[in-house]
Design a protein around this ligand. Structure first.
Ligand SMILES: Cc1cc2nc3c(=O)[nH]c(=O)nc-3n(C[C@H](O)[C@H](O)[C@H](O)COP(=O)(O)OP(=O)(O)OC[C@H]3O[C@@H](n4cnc5c(N)ncnc54)[C@H](O)[C@@H]3O)c2cc1C
Length: 378
């Protein structure tokens, strides 16, 4: 998400971009249903989990990439005007920005990816795993590129790490004797059990009543939410705490559907006359908050490297900050440089997983990153 958006923003800001992504791309030409059913991503554990794209992300796309905004709506995404739930409250300027995008994540990402692939100054390399960083020698080494699984070095003026929650850059820097990259983490105390549904033809949209699109609530012993998706789909997510093992039976469809029928407001959505399930129950644990600090009092631990998105900071997904913050980071990174306007800066690149930098070979005499399995140190 952050890598794609950075590639879009930086290429449109006048830079050349290489996007390195270990997973395969979206199926060519498929509609939303085909994309959702057939696009397998092992690189993003939460790929099929429900996502709300909140006001910040919607506004950034509307203002900075209006073509992507339009393409999302054309692909079947919906805008949910949250300000309508303000009931009798007096409207204020800016309330109109309190709108979210309802869309399944694979469909959202496929639209963003197609926009990136259409940019002439982006070289998207799928199936490309980054295994290390290329460092220049010296007392305070500069990151000069990314090392691929086959040992190839892709050089860069700036390397953007958009490799998500499991980013390895902190470990690579530590192995090279750099850092430390301070990290703070905490468990979010919940497990996601999600199931996507398709509303039956001819059935009107069920009523919804609260902020962020659907029936949602916290019963004290579990939380739940309905996420409105594209093309008359929705997802029910039930979130018990990991320590209450009895709730693990929610991974079984019968138990999930029984629980759903008892959740306030949910039966109006999941009743068999209203909607049909289109996935099994999708469990996801290990949900954490984390922030990594690549700056010390002496400055950046790795000049030439810019971590963004979840690689830098990830937050409790129930707040739905992550995707929008990734877009925010991307559009900040992609601001055109002052004085350069939209002109191309030769040799810069963005890599998904992810990096931005020049495609020229590293200058001789620089210490390069290692081949697969070796250490950056020494
Ligand atoms: C259960 C759950 C629910 C969520 N719900 C929401 C929500 O409702 N709203 C919201 O805004 N956010 C939500 N989030 C957060 C959101 O998913 C993330 O914030 C967002 O995906 C971050 O984007 P990213 O690009 O930084 O990382 P990712 O989306 O994880 O992308 C990382 C990319 O890097 C690639 N990669 C990784 N390692 C390498 C490598 N070595 N070489 C090459 N490529 C590599 C991966 O294949 C992947 O494409 C949720 C998160 C979870 C866990």
């Amino acid at each position: 998400m952050a890598g794609l958006a950075t590639a879009l923003a930086t290429s449109r800001g006048g830079h050349e971009v290489v996007l390195l992504e270990r997973d395969a791309g979206a199926p060519a030409g498929g509609d939303a249903a085909q994309v959702f059913e057939s696009w397998q991503r092992t690189g993003v554990a939460q790929f099929q989990q429900p996502h709300n794209f909140v006001g910040l992300g919607r506004r950034l796309l509307r203002d900075r990439a209006p073509d992507v905004s339009c393409d999302l709506l054309a692909a079947g995404a919906v805008e949910v005007e949250q300000f309508r739930f303000l009931a009798g409250a007096t409207r204020q300027l800016g309330d109109e920005n309190l709108a979210t995008i309802g869309c399944r994540r694979p469909v959202f990402e496929a639209v963003l990816r197609r926009a990136v692939e259409a940019e002439p100054s982006v070289d998207v390399r799928a199936g490309c795993r980054v295994t290390g960083l290329a460092l220049a020698g010296g007392r305070s080494p500069q990151v000069e590129g990314a090392v691929l699984a086959g040992g190839e070095v892709v050089a860069a003026d700036l390397v953007v790490d958009a490799s998500g929650r499991s980013s390895r850059t902190a470990a690579w820097l530590t192995a090279a004797g750099l850092g430390p990259v301070a990290e703070r983490t905490s468990s979010c105390g919940l497990i996601y059990y999600s199931r996507h549904f398709q509303l039956r033809d001819g059935v009107p949209d069920p009523p919804y009543a609260s902020v962020l699109a659907g029936p949602r609530g916290d019963l004290g012993y579990l939380a739940y939410a309905v996420f409105v998706g594209d093309n008359r789909t929705f997802c029910l997510c039930i979130m018990p705490p990991p320590w209450d093992r009895e709730f693990r039976s929610l991974r079984h469809p019968d138990a999930f559907m029984r629980a759903a029928s008892h959740l306030p407001g949910v039966a109006a959505w999941t009743d068999g006359d209203v909607a049909l399930p289109i996935t099994p129950v999708l469990p996801m644990g290990q949900v954490t908050n984390a922030v990594r600090r690549y700056m010390t009092i002496a400055g950046s631990v790795a000049p030439g490297l810019q971590p963004i998105g979840d690689a830098l900071c990830h937050t409790n997904p129930t707040f739905a900050f992550g995707a929008s913050l990734s877009l925010h980071h991307a559009f900040k990174a992609g601001r055109p440089s002052r004085g350069r306007g939209r002109s191309r800066q030769s040799g810069s690149a963005v890599r998904r997983g992810g990096r931005r930098g020049s495609r020229a070979p590293l200058p001789g005499g620089h210490r390069r990153g290692p081949g697969p399995g070796s250490s950056l140190a020494g």
